[in-house]
Ligand binder design. Structure first.
Ligand code: NAP
Length: 324
């Protein structure tokens, strides 16, 4: 089978297309014939060894896939060859076949395409876990999403809207922010050349947002926190702007606010039943058209490096998919 391999930590330019033996599932494992792999921001970091997880070389990028069951190992129940499935693999997705523990495999409903299914686990899982479990979002609350045009951010726009929030989508490009309006954002905020604290404070009738879902960190985090409502909840999701901000704790005291970490991958690894429940809800919403993952670009396996470069260059709205 064909696989895109990272053999040295030199970024997407060093990726190679290689031939590997077909995947043979062991006890409790499932081999999936991959139809679509979704790429994420972390795929750009992991290829330089700059991500919190450093997989052993060689590895393939791509942490979530959709496709059909190719074969099942001993002890696997409830799955059969040919069945449409999605899986959260954490990596090694950009291959014609992947091996996955049966607990990470979810059956797909008819109304959800391979591309949409592959785009759901990480981005939408993080949005749902962040807003609902960690942020305790209540209908009618105002949510500000920083980095709303990206995969996790645009998912948060749709999920927050689905959960009944007033949604403010923030980004750095008016053109890219239009997609957030199409996906249900009530208000758009371009963060370029503005006083971020004052702009954030002016939201929600001048009180500031109840919840901030922050995918970018960098220079935006502190002014956004300063503009948040009394008792607000600040969800620390990611640092796509590069710098990990250091926040003075007196700000948290003065606002009586909460700084809350969100780590979806660790959350679902700790309890596969949580993952299954979350995916069942999200796939149901997707089949009903209540969430619609925006697939900006689709690339063949041979162009995986270009797909990753587009994420690096900030040229993607929503998600980019590779199809082996
Ligand atoms: N904690 C978790 O469980 C979890 C789960 C998923 C993702 N994440 C993290 O969340 C972040 C986003 O991931 P993703 O996959 O959604 O990435 P993505 O699709 O590449 O989106 C990145 C977003 O960040 C914005 N951005 C990038 N560089 C920026 C800069 N210098 N200044 C301002 N905005 C910038 C982009 O907006 P514009 O280019 O339009 O300005 C875009 O909206 C990453 O740090 C990722 O590791 C965390």
């Amino acid at each position: 089978m064909k696989a895109v391999l990272c053999k040295s930590l030199d970024g997407p330019d060093a990726l190679e297309i290689c031939e590997l033996p077909a995947a043979a599932p062991g006890e409790g494992e499932v081999a999936i014939h991959v139809a679509a792999v979704s790429l994420n921001f972390f795929d750009t970091l992991v290829l330089y060894g700059k991500y919190q997880n450093r997989p052993e070389l060689p590895f393939s990028p791509g942490g979530e896939v959709a496709g059909t069951v190719a074969s099942i190992g001993p002890g696997v129940q409830g799955l059969s060859a040919g069945q449409r499935v999605l899986a959260y693999t954490g990596g090694n997705g950009c291959r014609e076949q992947v091996l996955v523990p049966a607990g990470a495999v979810i059956s797909l409903p008819d109304g959800v395409s391979d591309e949409a299914a592959a785009a759901i686990p990480i981005a939408y899982g993080t949005a749902l876990h962040g807003l609902e479990d960690r942020g305790r979002l209540k209908p009618g609350e105002t949510v500000l999403i920083l980095g709303a045009t990206g995969g996790a951010g645009l998912a948060a726009v749709e999920v927050a809207r689905r959960l009944g929030a007033k949604v403010v989508a923030a980004g750095t490009s008016d053109e890219k922010l239009k997609i957030c309006e199409e996906r249900g954002a009530h208000q758009l905020l371009n963060l370029t050349n503005i006083d971020v604290k004052e702009a954030v404070r002016s939201l929600n009738g001048g009180n500031g947002p109840d919840i901030i879902f922050d995918c970018i960190g960098g220079p935006y985090a502190e002014p956004a926190l300063r503009g948040m409502d009394w008792g607000g909840r600040y969800l620390v999701v990611g640092f796509a702007a590069g710098e990990i901000p250091k926040i003075a704790l007196n700000l948290v005291m003065l606002k009586a606010c909460e700084l809350i970490g969100v780590f979806w991958g660790r959350h679902v690894k700790r309890d596969p039943a949580v993952f299954a429940d979350q995916m069942a809800r999200l796939l149901d919403w997707c089949a009903k058209g209540e969430i619609r993952p925006h697939i900006d670009h689709v690339f063949p396996l041979e162009q995986t490096a270009e797909a990753i470069r587009m994420i690096e260059r900030r040229q993607i709205k929503g998600k980019v998919i590779v199809k082996p």
